[in-house]
Write a protein that binds this ligand. Structure first.
Ligand code: PMP
Length: 297
């Protein structure tokens, strides 16, 4: 079960970049009548800093702008300015290995469903965050429980935005899984096919040795997913984007998930099916570690 931070996030110290200025951590607040809080008009990013470098920073910043565009608002900064702000906030907080959280949202000028006149705010926080899953996850794999919630159809929600509203069902799914003793939830798509975890994409390897991953037609095409697909192809593996039925999982040889926070994490169990951490998963973990500079090249 996820435990709260020893220090609540609002009681940490440091600096947060907030609408163009560095403000003391505890003063980076907003009003309760903020549109984003009530109507989920909010997009965000999750980035990792490895040895002082933000991995794929430009890709993340571009996705932040794309997500905002999908939600119908413009971020009042340039991609270069947000990139520079992410770097600055890491430096000023002396975070060499950690997590960066840029967030953009509609403010409190209007309270109602329609709010075209709201000011768009941007903040960037950074903190030390070594591992998303427990350390045993890398050797034994995580356990996942199929969620009762499904990824929405592309005409039901802005599925390609990293939008806060889409995480409502992720939190519900993850709580449901954790309450049943699992690490995470496996979410199916609106048609009942394997989609992804609550914060990570999924890859499934069958006896033919091909690496399968669902097409991202109704969820985020993760930056880590794209990175791992390239690493896998560079190794000579065949990577296939295809729909996977949940009934196929019982014949899977290896399963792993990918995400900025999750990195490459093996899956040891889904519902009552168990999987071993096999050679392809291990190879992808090694290659990803090398790419981010955690292991020698
Ligand atoms: N799906 C969801 C729902 C996520 O929250 C994330 C993490 N951002 C991913 C997939 C993986 O995306 P990325 O590799 O870009 O972190």
């Amino acid at each position: 079960m996820a435990t709260p931070n020893a220090t609540p996030f609002h009681e940490m110290d440091g600096w947060i970049w907030y609408d163009g200025k560095l403000v003391p951590w505890r003063e980076a607040t907003l009003h309760v009548l903020t549109h984003a809080l009530h109507y989920a008009s909010c997009v965000f990013e999750g980035e990792r800093v490895y040895s002082g470098q933000i991995f794929k920073l430009r890709d993340h910043t571009e996705r932040l702008f794309k997500s905002a565009g999908i939600l119908g608002f413009d971020i009042p900064w340039t991609v270069d300015q947000i990139d520079a702000a992410c770097v600055e906030v890491c430096a000023v907080n002396k975070i060499v290995d950690g997590y960066v959280r840029p967030v953009a949202w509609r403010g409190s000028e209007q309270m109602g469903v329609s709010a075209p006149g709201t000011k768009i705010h941007v903040a960037i926080a950074v903190w030390a965050w070594p591992s998303y899953f427990s350390p045993e996850a890398r050797t034994k794999g995580i356990s996942m429980k199929t969620s009762t919630w499904r990824r929405p159809a592309p005409d039901t929600a802005p599925v390609h935005a990293k939008a806060s509203g889409l995480y409502m069902i992720c939190t519900l799914s993850k709580h449901e899984a954790e309450a049943a003793g699992y690490d995470d939830a496996l979410m199916l798509d609106w048609k009942g096919r394997v989609a992804e975890g609550t914060g990570a994409n999924i890859f499934v390897i069958f006896a033919d040795g091909k690496i399968n991953t669902p097409p991202t037609d109704c969820f985020l095409n993760g930056i880590t997913r794209q990175t791992v697909m390239t690493l896998a192809r560079d190794r000579g593996y065949e990577v296939v984007e295809r729909h996977i039925e949940p009934s196929e999982l019982k014949t899977a040889k290896e399963i792993f998930v990918t995400g900025t926070a999750a990195e490459v994490t093996p899956v040891g169990k889904i519902d009552d099916m168990t999987f071993t951490v096999g050679p392809i998963t291990q190879a992808m973990m090694t290659d990803y570690d090398r790419l981010v500079g955690r292991a020698p090249a």
